[in-house]
Design a protein around this ligand. Structure first.
Ligand code: ADP
Length: 307
């Protein structure tokens, strides 16, 4: 195989109670990318459609992640990358992660799969480091593994793939305002009360158990964040109304997607996810906030081959 076209999924990191450790991949929201082998041992980004992003290899996350893979491979050639960018950078649904994960997944396919998923996550994390100064894995892991993933540990890196109940859908609304990941991190406290910790790990355990057992009520009860959401939600217009109205429309629960400003809700079944979308749309239309909205099944495959 000389060339491959892949779908690079958007992802929701944190998922309420799983700050910095949990993430999930989306099915109908994502970028497309073409990667082809070249003779010269370099990585070239030849085309980016949809967004104004750097073509320089060391300034684009796909280039940086790709170089990390190329260095570890015994391959004497290189790669050319074309990106059709459909996920807006800075939206909180893993725009950079889609490119980092897509690039290394595609290269691994072209080389005959010499690397494991865990190794691909490690390469893709180098792209994340370029985007946000931190080599976090909570977006790239679900993009590569599919479904829900837990980053159990960073040292050593330990990713746990969590099963996804069949009828789980996500609704994500993206208010068109900019929040820098670095700013939304700066406002967080660095210490935690034992009381809040207990609530949080109770919910995280509950969510993981709910996913394993396809227990939608337990998933809903567990989708609560006592640590980050109360602080970060202040940066997002009408966050409380969006969430209250989504719950009234039947959502299991929800919260901030990644570092925001996108807000997500999980629902059982597509019909409820659509009603949740209507309630979110109505909330932002009333106060005049421009937005994008997505409804998607949870994607259990992660990055996938299109052609
Ligand atoms: P998101 O959470 O949506 O990924 P981030 O703010 O974490 O958004 O990352 C976006 C940053 O990464 C921007 O500064 C953007 O210029 C940079 N970047 C570099 N290459 C890419 C790429 N291929 N796709 C998306 N963002 C990229």
């Amino acid at each position: 195989m000389e060339e491959i076209k892949v779908f690079c999924p958007a992802t929701i990191a944190n998922v309420s109670c799983g700050f910095d450790v949990l993430g999930l991949a989306l099915d109908s929201v994502g970028d497309e990318m073409v990667v082809r082998k070249t003779e010269e041992k370099v990585i070239r980004i030849t085309k980016i459609k949809g967004q104004d992003l750097p073509l320089e290899t060391n300034k684009n996350v796909s280039g940086v992640a790709g170089l990390a893979l190329l260095e570890k491979s015994g391959y004497n050639g290189g790669f050319e990358i074309e990106i059709d960018k459909r996920i807006k950078p800075g939206s909180g649904i893993g725009s950079s992660a889609a490119s980092s994960a897509g690039a290394v997944w595609a290269m691994n396919e072209l080389l005959g799969r010499p690397f494991s998923k865990l190794e691909l996550v490690q390469f893709a994390m180098q792209g994340e480091k370029l985007a946000s100064d931190v080599a976090h894995a909570d977006n790239v892991a679900p993009a590569i593994y599919g479904g829900f993933t837990l980053v159990r540990s960073y040292e050593p890196l330990d990713i746990v793939a969590i099963p996804t109940p069949d009828e789980l859908f996500a609704t994500v609304i993206h208010p068109q305002i900019e929040i820098k990941t670095s700013d939304s991190r700066k406002i967080l406290k660095t210490t935690l009360s034992l009381e809040k910790g207990i609530k949080q790990w109770g919910n995280l355990g509950g969510l993981i158990a709910g996913l394993f057992q396809s227990d939608y009520d337990l998933i809903g009860r567990s989708l609560q964040d006592h640590i980050v959401e109360p602080i970060r939600s202040i940066l997002i217009p009408a966050f409380d109304d969006i969430k209250t109205n989504a719950m009234a429309a039947g959502a299991l629960g929800g919260g901030i997607s990644g570092s925001g400003p996108s807000i997500f809700a999980l629902s059982k079944g597509e019909k409820i996810a659509q009603n949740v979308a209507k309630s979110m749309e109505a909330t932002y239309k009333t106060i005049g906030v421009p937005f994008d909205i997505h409804i998607s099944k949870v994607n259990v495959q992660g990055v996938k081959k299109l052609a």
